[in-house]
Design a protein around this ligand. Structure first.
Ligand code: FMN
Length: 353
């Protein structure tokens, strides 16, 4: 189990795991030659799930459960607390199923991260073969373990279908989410294939408090599992990984579709503050970054701080060049769509008249 989490980190750091096209490249701002504001008056702060953040930015859920994950999560939490952004931890399933010690998750409690997001997987909320499902009690424990403000329940069926030891049952998951969301604050989160409008509405009706789109454009778990299958000589799985490498709803499109009256976090392919600004202009409450923050965390805690500060400086630059003094104004800023994202939007009738 925890070997798998180690493999994921090694593969993401060492191999190309992204799709060919990043759809944030199809989103453009209109430059404003006369900003009529001063850079120093720009406020990037936002409130998300009742917590004040220095910027609309989350370090997305990644890891836990092996020795080096203590250092990685320590570095990420240090950066998030120092700069004042949110952070998610990786799936806590290994601890909840007694397959790993807690230390790589509890380490985040050393730091005061303004918004801490616990994490469990949706497929594990129902019975998968011999494995007992995780329920309300485990969900509570996951939150307590990291001092979590909200619990991400992740949907990763693309990965489950490609990975050698994947969970293939999905009937009953929505009811299981509903049971937990009745008692605890829940963030529904995809992990790279995006959320559609129908699913966003189902999740809202089930009582979740927010949606993290986890769209196509960044880390592809089909790609990650392709490499794992290759290492293990599993030909059919390797082929599945290759065929489904680019499966999913592009992040900006999923962001359009997921706006059903709940806060939305835009994750999937966010590389810099310009991408964060695009996500905010298209309606997200915050953007989430995973693989890029992992690269910084692998180096040091200070590298995480530097990465976050650079992203915020880039976000501020966009706000300056579009004349936005605060994030609310950025939400109202119009953007131009081109290329494949425009085609997707047109095909789904999202652009209106
Ligand atoms: C090494 C690694 C491990 C991940 N593990 C989890 C996980 O345990 N739970 C989860 O919800 N998402 C997990 N993710 C998905 C990310 O949170 C995010 O949705 C996805 O990587 C897209 O963001 P990116 O393009 O910035 O990498 C993981 C991502 C990476 C790179």
């Amino acid at each position: 189990m925890t070997e798998r989490k180690r493999d994921h980190v090694d593969i993401v750091l060492g191999k190309e795991v992204r799709p060919r096209h990043n759809h944030w490249d199809d989103v453009h701002f209109l430059h404003r030659a006369l900003p009529e504001i001063d850079l120093e008056e720009i406020d990037t702060g936002v409130t998300l799930f009742g917590k004040r953040l220095a910027a609309p930015l989350i370090i997305s859920s990644m890891t836990g459960g092996f020795e080096d994950a203590v250092r990685i999560n320590d570095n990420l939490a240090y950066g998030a607390s120092k700069v004042g952004v949110g952070m998610g931890v990786g799936s806590q399933r290994p601890v909840l199923q007694d397959q790993a010690p807690e230390d790589s998750w509890t380490v985040v409690e050393k730091h005061s991260v303004p918004l801490m997001i616990a994490n469990i997987g949706a497929p594990q909320l129902i019975r998968q073969g011999e494995k007992e499902p995780l329920g309300l009690e485990e969900a509570r424990r996951a939150l307590q373990m990291v001092g979590g403000d909200i619990l991400a329940i992740h949907f990763n069926y693309t990965q489950e279908i490609v990975q050698p030891e994947g969970d293939r049952r999905a009937r009953g998951v929505l009811e299981a989410v509903r049971t937990i969301a009745k008692e605890l604050p829940v963030l529904a989160k995809e992990t790279g294939a995006g959320i559609s409008k129908e699913v966003a509405l189902q999740l809202k009706e089930a009582g979740v408090q927010g949606i993290d789109i986890g769209g196509l454009g960044g880390t592809s778990f089909s790609a990650v599992e392709f490499y794992r299958a290759q290492m293990e000589g599993m030909e059919q799985k390797e082929r599945l990984g290759e065929v489904f490498w680019e499966w999913g709803i592009p992040s900006p499109i999923s962001l359009f579709l997921s706006q059903v009256g709940l806060p939305v976090i835009a994750t999937g392919g966010i590389r810099n503050g310009l991408d964060v600004a695009k996500a905010v202009a298209l309606g997200s409450s915050a953007a989430g970054m995973a693989s890029q923050m992992l690269r910084a965390a692998e180096r040091s805690a200070e590298a995480v701080v530097r990465e976050l500060e650079s992203v915020i400086a880039e976000l501020k630059a966009v706000m300056f060049l579009t004349g936005c003094t605060d994030v609310n104004r950025l939400h109202e800023t119009r953007v131009v769509l081109t290329g494949p994202t425009k085609d997707w939007a047109n095909s789904l009738g999202l652009l209106g008249g």
